[in-house]
Design a protein around this ligand. Structure first.
Ligand code: 1GP
Length: 267
């Protein structure tokens, strides 16, 4: 089964998924394997491999080959540039930075990558994703010349998400920036999800606690991404965060089925 399709069926079951983001440029291959194994053990649903700087195909191939010997999770590339592709991965978030101020990050890099994909990476499943950088924005915002939308400008964030919806992206990623002091507020997640119900809403940046992960999942995020916490905290913290995402997802599913039942009873 294709990666996106199998994640969708997992999502229907769990209500929310957790993806672990690892950056090969920050750790040795041994550490990378250790972190990936920890993520799998904690119950994370996929590995995302990214990095704004310093990643090339050789590094990716080496790290992914090594990790595939030890870990069964799907491997999804989260490229910071055209150099972030690898034939060894299962899928790639084929992303456009919708609120970049530089057209290169909206469509230029994608045109280059599309030709490479068609010629050399036909095994790599593309997942069309709108990347919307908000709040602090972090390295991703800086590297892609984005104009991060402040959290309080909720209507502007929703407007970008709606644009992504009408343009037909499969997924929309609200990015607060790796290591952000504050994660995306639940109120923003809820407003965006109401506007783009049938799209996959991914949320990441600054999520460090089970409480934050739970409320973001409950507010409507379909996928919650954590990176920094995996590199910096003991595995037990990650397990608590993953459990909180899945608890939030199940609670959301039960809330929506109670809603449906209530409607049926009214009829
Ligand atoms: C960054 O959203 C991700 O692209 C993860 O952020 O490193 O803060 O978890 P953190």
């Amino acid at each position: 089964m294709a990666v996106f399709e199998s994640l969708m069926s997992k999502l229907a079951e769990k209500g929310a998924l957790h993806f672990s983001l690892l950056d090969p440029d920050k750790v040795t291959v041994d550490k990378f394997i250790e972190l990936a194994k920890g993520a799998e053990k904690a119950g994370s649903d996929a590995l995302m491999i990214g990095g704004s700087y310093g990643v090339n195909e050789d590094t990716l191939d080496n790290y992914i080959n090594a990790v595939k010997q030890e870990v069964k999770l799907p491997i999804i590339l989260f490229p910071g540039s055209v150099a972030g592709l690898s034939k060894k991965a299962d899928a790639v978030l084929f992303l456009s930075v919708l609120n970049s101020t530089d057209p290169y990050y909206i469509i230029g890099a994608q045109v280059q990558a599309a030709v490479l994909m068609a010629k050399h990476y036909s095994n790599l499943e593309p997942i069309p994703m709108a990347y919307i950088i908000i709040g602090e924005g972090g390295a991703a915002g800086f590297a892609s010349y984005a104009k991060p939308i402040p959290f309080h400008m909720e209507d502007v964030i929703v407007a970008y998400a709606l644009a992504a919806y009408y343009m037909g992206f499969s997924a929309i990623y609200l990015e607060a920036g790796s290591g952000a002091r504050e994660p995306v507020p639940s109120s923003v997640v809820a407003k965006v999800k109401r506007a783009v119900r049938n799209k996959i809403l991914m949320v990441g940046g600054g999520i460090r606690s089970p409480e934050a992960a739970y409320s973001i999942a409950l507010a409507g995020a379909d996928v919650i991404i954590t990176g920094t916490v995996i590199e910096e905290s003991p595995a037990v913290v990650l397990k608590d965060i993953v459990d909180a995402v899945h608890r939030g997802g199940l609670r959301k599913l039960s809330n929506s089925s109670e809603g449906i039942n209530a409607k049926i009873n009214v009829k």
